[in-house]
Design a protein around this ligand. Structure first.
Ligand code: FAD
Length: 438
């Protein structure tokens, strides 16, 4: 993620540096440096915001290069946070003229642009847009990082983002130096403004993901255990089917909007999808009591690239599910049971709070009984059975490369990654399906 953003920013910087105009005669170095810093921080911030808003439209063509929709969302979040950081820096550089004047004097300042009429009015307005948008972005960043702020109001306020983007696009278009437009930086800005504005309009018109939405009805609703809802939906024509391990956005209720859930069964080509939904918050709590067979649903997807077939040949496969993170593995196992020739050798660790009353354990045991090369290990937290990087490393043949496929709580994944780093395990690749988009 970080290396992608670093490469993206390096490219933007290179384009900017390629046609950097010479400093006009008589301009002192501190003022020239301030001007470059102002333009570069503005360009970094705006290009990252354009990337973030493009990613928010769920572009499926980027799933393959970026590794799946959940990673794309993480990149969206990361790009947005760094963009706001650069926007704040841009604003501080803008405010730095008093400090430069106090330290180095007025001599050698850049000559002021003298616009008139409409251009002057537009530039003044663009400056105001930029300033207000930065305040709004900083407020939004604070709410995003404050994890206790509830998801629903956060999502509502996040909807103003495309409006803010349009304001910032005007700021960039009217305040970028005029000579940019004759060179590569102008070309880059034009592409960013066009792609970003088109994405913002798509979001404002409520058209994100529209091409992948299909209607359907709820066929059955069960509560296999307290706090767990199983929903089977029958979809209308137009559903393109799914790969095991993929997820979809399900809207059971228009006013609530769409929630992402993994499709917990393999595709049988019958237009049915099954979700196993754990009560993890306001909406999912008590869901079984609110849903009824026959109720209309809208499903958008499928998305994601959580697929063990992407593993490198010859490496040991370790599958780890924590709690409700078992859902993609249920779909994998079902698909493999129907295609025994494709079954890999894998150690599958399912970590559950209480094995005794977990409805997934008998299902996993039944599926794995048909797949002798998948070794199921059920670890129950109430019996103090814990999984650690050391245990996993110890089970690997000496020096063997391993591919870990993980779906579960974030702190569990972080602990395992940290453990592998501490052990110096270099030949371990970690694939994680993130159950969090915010
Ligand atoms: C790729 C993916 C696959 C998932 N698969 C499953 C699954 O198979 N079974 C399961 O039980 N859970 C799954 N989840 C988690 C599930 O989406 C959330 O638990 C659910 O949306 C919580 O909603 P809530 O309103 O009850 O909780 P809240 O308390 O409102 O939210 C809790 C957290 O859930 C996430 N969330 C809430 N609403 C949305 C939304 N509309 N869009 C995106 N994220 C949201 C946010 O991170 C939020 O902080 C998956 C999540 C993702 C990203």
């Amino acid at each position: 993620m970080n290396s992608f953003l670093a490469a993206f920013l390096s490219l933007v910087t290179l384009v900017w540096a390629l046609d950097l105009p010479p400093t006009p005669a008589g301009v002192a170095l501190p003022w020239a440096l301030r001007q470059h810093a102002l333009h570069l921080t503005g360009l970094w911030s705006f290009s990252l915001l354009s990337l973030a808003i493009l990613l928010a439209t769920r572009p499926t063509w980027l799933e393959r290069p970026l590794g799946g929709m959940d990673r794309l969302y993480r990149l969206h979040k990361c790009a947005g946070i760094v963009a706001i950081g650069f926007a704040a820096l841009h604003w501080l550089v803008e405010l730095s003229d008093d400090a430069i004047r106090a330290l180095f004097g007025r001599e050698g300042r850049l000559p002021k642009a003298h616009d008139t009429g409409l251009v002057e009015a537009m530039r003044d307005a663009a400056e105001g847009f930029g300033e207000w948008a930065i305040y709004a972005l900083l407020a939004m960043l604070a709410l995003t990082l404050w994890k206790r702020f509830p998801y629903r109001p956060w999502r509502q306020q996040h909807r103003i983002m495309p409006m803010l983007y349009v304001m910032l696009a005007m700021h960039a278009a009217f305040l970028a130096p005029t000579d940019y437009w004759a060179g590569t930086t102008g070309l880059l800005l034009a592409v960013l403004i066009a792609a970003g504005t088109a994405s913002a309009v798509q979001s404002l018109a409520g058209r994100v993901g529209r091409a992948r939405q299909v209607g359907g009805t709820i066929e059955s609703v069960r509560e296999p255990a307290p706090g767990l809802t199983e929903v089977v939906c029958r979809l209308d024509r137009g559903w393109r089917g799914h790969e095991s391990g993929q997820f979809a956005f399900a809207s059971f209720d228009r006013s609530e909007g769409a929630h992402p859930f993994t499709i917990a069964r393999a595709d049988r080509g019958d237009g049915r999808v099954t979700f196993q939904i754990k009560a993890l918050g306001d909406y999912t709590r008590g869901l079984a009591a609110r849903l009824r067979p026959g109720q209309p649903v809208t499903i958008e997807g499928p998305y994601g690239r959580f697929d063990h077939r992407r593993a490198a040949r010859g490496s040991a496969q370790i599958w780890i599910a924590g709690g409700i993170g078992v859902t993609p593995f249920l779909a994998w196992l079902e698909a493999l049971a129907a295609a025994p020739q494709d079954v890999p050798h894998a150690d599958f660790y399912y970590c559950t709070p209480r094995r005794a009353d977990d409805p997934f354990v008998p299902r996993l045991e039944a599926l794995c009984a048909q797949l002798p090369t998948i070794r199921l290990h059920v670890l129950s937290a109430d019996r103090d059975e814990r999984l650690s990087a050391r245990t996993l490393q110890g089970a690997l043949p000496d020096g063997a490369a391993a591919e870990i496929w993980f779906c579960g709580p974030r702190h569990f994944a972080d602990a395992l990654r940290h453990g592998f780093r501490e052990l110096g395990a270099r030949r371990v690749r970690f694939h994680q399906e993130a159950f969090e988009l915010r």
